[in-house]
Design a protein around this ligand. Structure first.
Ligand SMILES: Cc1ncc(COP(=O)(O)O)c(C=O)c1O
Length: 406
């Protein structure tokens, strides 16, 4: 089957909102993928910070296969055991005592923003509808979340946009303070801006947002779609920062590759979301619940969480060695296994080219904007895979610097 399908079919059959790589991966194990021609790739992209436990993880496969033999889907007229177990795991592991399940990060943020508006309207009145978000943020592609995201290129063609959403400058508390007032119902922020360039928040910035939200009775929403489920070496990045939100969105790594999203909050805020106010057919699907439950079991252990820091250090060491030779990156930033290598000014704007060369050499990386090469690998990527993958990446860097500027 796979041999009769080619990359060209994508251009023929698909609505071209993506520009996928010229090869098609067909198989993967741990942090190695193989394409249709049998060429191997070491995976530092992790399906965009999703495959937290690598590919075809035997324990996740077992959880999925066991559940597949029992019950796939019932719709939300019925609940099920795996999703209730997962809810309790999340409650036990975090600040939250209520959970809503959905299928993606955008949906988790959509639910968070709707909850914030509904809660504020119910408790304080319709004037309290303001949402403060941040420039360069990314919260998903629904109309509400793309408007909250601070990248006009993703929203401007879809006007009219949902009103009463304003954007402050990330890591600039003064600029946030100027927008937050008693009519603000929520502040939504990524503890580390992922798509926006892997920019970690300053601890004082998040603390300051917490205080501003408390002062103005606004809900503090942490978008942990990219930073959650062990990526920073803490189960959630709010734990790393010591600042607790009122609402948290999680997705991506939660399912380890199986689609699931969740919004976590406290009971007092969840009360506004009564029967019929929100929902989705697949939210809380037992297959997703079974896999995500196993992901949490494995990730939320000292072994895996402590391993994140070791792997971060190993990757930094390799990148530093590349940099001593080529002076390619002006900074390596990020926390745990969400890392961004910022291109030096003389290579500005060319991150995608380096990504393409890395793929040619057999290493998958991500970009985060035009200037940042992003690494978001499996939390359990092996030393060998790191070593081989960064050797390949080093060859790509060598070719990149040797190339004439485009
Ligand atoms: C911080 C953040 N929020 C939300 C999203 C959207 O998630 P999804 O693509 O699952 O809708 C992303 C995806 O990259 C993200 O990084």
């Amino acid at each position: 089957m796979s041999s009769s399908i080619t990359r060209q079919n994508f251009d023929e059959w698909m609505i071209p909102v993506y520009a996928p790589a010229p090869f098609i991966p067909v198989r993967a194990e741990r942090s190695t993928l193989w394409d249709q021609q049998g060429k191997s790739y070491i995976d530092f992209a992790g399906g965009i910070a999703v495959n937290a436990l690598g590919h075809a993880n035997p324990e996740l496969r077992k959880a999925l296969e066991e559940q597949a033999g029992k019950l796939w889907h019932t719709g939300n007229g019925y609940t099920n055991e795996p999703i209730l177990r997962l809810a309790k795991q999340l409650i036990d592991a975090t600040f939250a005592d209520r959970v809503f399940f959905c299928n993606s990060g955008a949906e988790a943020n959509e639910a968070a923003l709707k909850l914030a508006r509904k809660y504020a309207h119910d408790v304080y009145g319709p004037q309290k509808s303001g949402i403060v978000a941040f420039k360069n943020a990314f919260h998903g592609r629904t109309l509400f979340t793309v408007t909250a995201g601070g990248q006009p290129a993703y929203s401007q063609d879809f006007a009219p946009l949902p009103p009463d959403i304003s954007h402050a400058v990330y890591n600039d508390l003064q600029s946030a303070a100027a927008l937050i007032d008693d009519n603000t119902c929520a502040v939504i922020v990524e503890p580390i801006q992922g798509e926006g360039g892997v920019v970690p928040a300053e601890p004082a910035f998040l603390k300051g947002l917490r205080e501003l939200c408390d002062r103005h009775n606004a809900l503090l929403i942490f978008d942990e779609v990219q930073t959650g489920v062990g990526r920073t070496g803490s189960l959630y990045a709010y734990m790393h920062y010591g600042v607790t939100p009122d609402v948290l969105s999680t997705a991506k790594a939660l399912g380890g590759g199986f689609p699931i999203g969740a919004m976590l909050t406290r009971e007092q805020f969840s009360r506004s979301m009564t029967v019929g106010t929100h929902g989705t057919t697949y939210g809380g699907n037992p297959l997703a619940g079974a896999v995500a439950g196993k992901v949490l079991d494995i990730v939320n252990t000292p072994d895996v969480l402590n391993g994140v820091k070791q792997r971060h250090d190993a990757i930094v060491e390799h990148i530093d060695a590349i940099n001593r030779k080529h002076n390619l990156f002006k900074a390596v930033r990020g926390v745990g296994l969400l890392m961004g290598c910022v291109l030096s000014d003389n290579y500005a704007g060319r991150a995608k080219e380096l990504l393409q060369l890395a793929a040619e050499e057999g290493a998958m990386v991500l970009i985060a904007g035009a200037n940042v090469v992003r690494f978001a690998p499996s939390l359990i990527i092996s030393d060998d895979e790191i070593g081989v993958g960064l050797e390949r990446f080093a060859r790509a860097c060598e070719r990149f610097v040797a190339k004439a500027p485009s």
